[in-house]
Write a protein that binds this ligand. Structure first.
Ligand code: UDP
Length: 139
């Protein structure tokens, strides 16, 4: 059964370009409620652990370097059918393939530097949320 929470990060490229406000606005307008949020920076160890599933992929080193190069915004979002609806709102991994009206279409610059993360399953949403937030930080 689908749960009602997902996890997101506004990635370093979007933070550097001043897109935090615009992206949060699209998240709000998409009907998501922010139940946890922090401005933070991933260490190399954090990024390697977070993206461990991709460690054999050719882009892994580049991905870790990118995700650690500056601050991110991490957040837990709530909405009915949150995981699937947020994947729709962010759009395809590659912004060249992202639909009109999606966050990546508007704010992402490449398949690597693609502005936002969105969990791909309820199970991963729970794991990723717990990676960044203690229970007392979730409202
Ligand atoms: N990525 C990359 N090169 C690729 C594919 C993915 O650098 O060819 C990065 C990109 O930042 C992406 C992340 O790795 O968001 C995780 O990849 P995934 O396939 O899980 O895409 P997502 O779920 O983020 O759309």
């Amino acid at each position: 059964m689908a749960t009602n929470r997902t996890f997101t990060m506004i990635k370093p490229d979007a933070v550097e370009k001043g897109y935090i406000g615009g992206i949060l606005n699209m998240i709000n307008e998409g009907g998501f409620k922010i139940v946890a949020m922090k401005y933070t920076q991933l260490s190399k160890r954090d990024a390697e652990a977070f993206y461990a599933i991709h460690k054999e992929r050719p882009f892994f080193g580049e991905l870790v370097e990118f995700m650690t190069r500056g601050p991110i915004v991490a957040a837990i979002l709530e909405k009915e059918n949150a995981v699937a609806d947020f994947r729709t709102l962010i759009g395809a991994t590659n912004p060249a393939e992202a639909a009109e009206g999606t966050i990546r279409k508007k704010y992402a610059s490449s398949i690597g530097e693609n502005a936002v993360h969105g969990s791909d399953s309820d199970e991963n949403a729970a794991i990723e949320g717990a990676f960044h937030f203690a229970g007392r930080e979730i409202f």
